[in-house]
Design a protein around this ligand. Structure first.
Ligand SMILES: NC(=O)c1ccc[n+]([C@@H]2O[C@H](COP(=O)([O-])OP(=O)(O)OC[C@H]3O[C@@H](n4cnc5c(N)ncnc54)[C@H](OP(=O)(O)O)[C@@H]3O)[C@@H](O)[C@H]2O)c1
Length: 298
């Protein structure tokens, strides 16, 4: 088995001059000379500095006006310097990828996004496939034991998944992972249990029928576990809505936020869009936002 060393650039290090610094710190921590793959974690930048989750007095993230295109150019420099073999992105929507591709001299090899039977990402998968970008599927099992997910529906317990597990004589996790493989994604299930680690890799000796893949596709309900701001207090969401009503044209901004967010991975629910309104509206003057809204006007 080949070991692949992957690192991920956090939101407070998006400025060009900080990218190399962050990667070198990762290399030093991991005692490596280079990574195989380095990713931009999110298409949003946070205020630079020591605090990794900088928030204002209203518990809202403090954003930084760094364009992810600038970050991408710095990532390319890391490839040139031999600090990483490949570079990619995470949590990017189709529009943001499009923006990168316009300027990229090194293409992103992957886009790591949440993907499981309740968030199938079929349109984003197709979009990336056309551009030769592999989708890495995170939370592929629906992150069953995550605290953030305590009240979320669990794909592994879905009656259809359970039925298919019986039909193929496999575990529900194996059915889900096989489904993701057949969609051409690279699922990255996490397990700290040796038996489950083995189970999760034992998925290359069977194939789901086209009908069964379609049946799992139909389970999609746009349910997102990882929204980055899952830990934002409800109060801050109310603040955002108040800000919108006081200082902006709420309907327009809200519409653009939702449409932009839907546009992002094409399968988001309205609830998710509302949760993302904070980031989107705070971000509306940044180049990232302009990239997105430009597409919406087309
Ligand atoms: N790029 C991003 O923004 C981002 C965001 C979130 C997550 N990720 C990455 O995605 C990876 C997976 O995410 P995740 O851990 O949240 O979700 P996940 O892989 O869907 O779920 C992991 C959970 O499932 C359990 N599990 C593993 N195999 C199982 C099996 N065969 N049957 C039943 N339960 C099983 C694990 O428990 P046991 O350990 O007890 O087996 C663990 O609690 C992680 O490496 C994470 O770093 C990336």
């Amino acid at each position: 088995m080949t070991l692949c060393n992957i690192g991920i650039l956090w939101n407070t290090y998006h400025k060009a001059e900080l990218v190399q610094q962050a990667l070198k710190k990762t290399l030093s921590d991991m005692q490596l000379e280079y990574l195989d793959l380095y990713l931009i974690h999110w298409p949003f930048a946070f205020k630079e500095g020591g605090d990794l989750m900088p928030k204002d007095e209203n518990d809202r993230f403090i954003l930084s006006d760094v364009d992810y295109v600038e970050t991408w150019k710095a990532m390319e420099k890391c490839v040139e310097l031999g600090l990483t073999k490949s570079i990619g992105v995470s949590n990017f929507n189709s529009e943001q990828i499009q923006q990168l591709l316009k300027v990229a001299t090194v293409k992103p090899v992957t886009n790591q996004v949440e993907c499981h039977p309740y968030l199938t990402q079929n349109k984003l998968i197709a979009f990336c496939k056309e551009r030769d970008i592999v989708i890495t599927a995170y939370c592929p099992l629906g992150s069953p034991n995550s605290i953030a997910n305590a009240e979320s529906p669990a794909p592994l317990k879905d009656p259809k998944i359970q039925e298919l597990a019986k039909k193929y004589n496999k575990s529900p996790a194996q059915i889900v992972l096989r489904y993701l493989i057949q969609h051409g994604t690279v699922p990255i299930p996490k397990s700290s249990n040796k038996k489950r680690l083995q189970e999760n890799i034992d998925i290359f000796n069977f194939e789901l029928s086209e009908q069964d893949v379609a049946a799992i596709d139909s389970l999609n309900r746009n349910a997102r576990i990882c929204t980055l701001n899952y830990n934002i207090h409800v109060r801050s969401l109310i603040n955002v809505l108040c800000d919108l009503m006081l200082h902006t044209e709420p309907t327009e901004i809200y519409r653009r936020s939702i449409v932009n967010y839907r546009h992002s991975t094409t399968t988001h629910s309205t609830t998710d869009a509302a949760q993302h309104t904070q980031l989107q509206t705070q971000h509306h003057n940044t180049p990232n936002y302009k990239h997105s809204t430009k597409a919406l006007q087309q």
